[in-house]
Design a protein around this ligand. Structure first.
Ligand SMILES: Nc1nc2c([nH]c(=O)n2[C@H]2C[C@H](O)[C@@H](COP(=O)(O)OP(=O)(O)OP(=O)(O)O)O2)c(=O)[nH]1
Length: 128
């Protein structure tokens, strides 16, 4: 089975959270959705909760799938779920260079990782 990289489309107050990668050098500075690899024995939802805790210092509640799987180089796929912050949590850039909340009119202008560009229409639809 292909490896799954899960990403969280965290929406709060009508805006989407995007994170600027700090590493590796070839993608540092580009923007992504928080997330990462699903570890063996872990559900996709558990992986998203773990990654958001590690990367953002917040607890999230995971929602429905957003868009279709996006193939990544090396045989993995990128799979996005919507998510919301639990309580009054405030995100922190623990692992990213920066975090930014973007509105529906700004999603297409984000300097995304290549794979994430495929998801722009789905992310715009999510934000309504
Ligand atoms: N998290 C995340 N990864 C993405 C996105 N788009 C995309 O192509 N990727 C790629 C970049 C990486 O090759 C891979 C995930 O890497 P990662 O560094 O976030 O995952 P991880 O924390 O589990 O990995 P590791 O550093 O522990 O090895 O997926 C995205 O929107 N979010």
């Amino acid at each position: 089975m292909d490896r799954v990289i899960v990403g969280a489309a965290i929406v709060d107050d009508g805006r989407l959270l995007v994170g600027q990668r700090a590493h590796p050098d070839d993608v540092a500075g580009l923007w992504e959705l928080p997330g990462g690899r699903v570890e063996p024995g872990e559900s996709e939802s558990d992986a998203l909760v773990r990654e958001c805790s590690e990367e953002l210092g917040v607890e999230v509640t995971v929602g429905e799938r957003v868009g279709s799987d996006v193939p990544l180089p090396g045989g993995a796929v990128l799979r996005i779920h919507s998510a919301v912050l639990r309580g009054d949590a405030v995100v922190q850039a623990v692992e990213h260079k920066a975090l930014c909340w973007v509105g529906v009119d700004e999603v297409a202008a984000v300097d995304w990782l290549p794979a994430d560009r495929v998801l722009i229409p789905d992310l715009e639809a999510l934000l309504g």
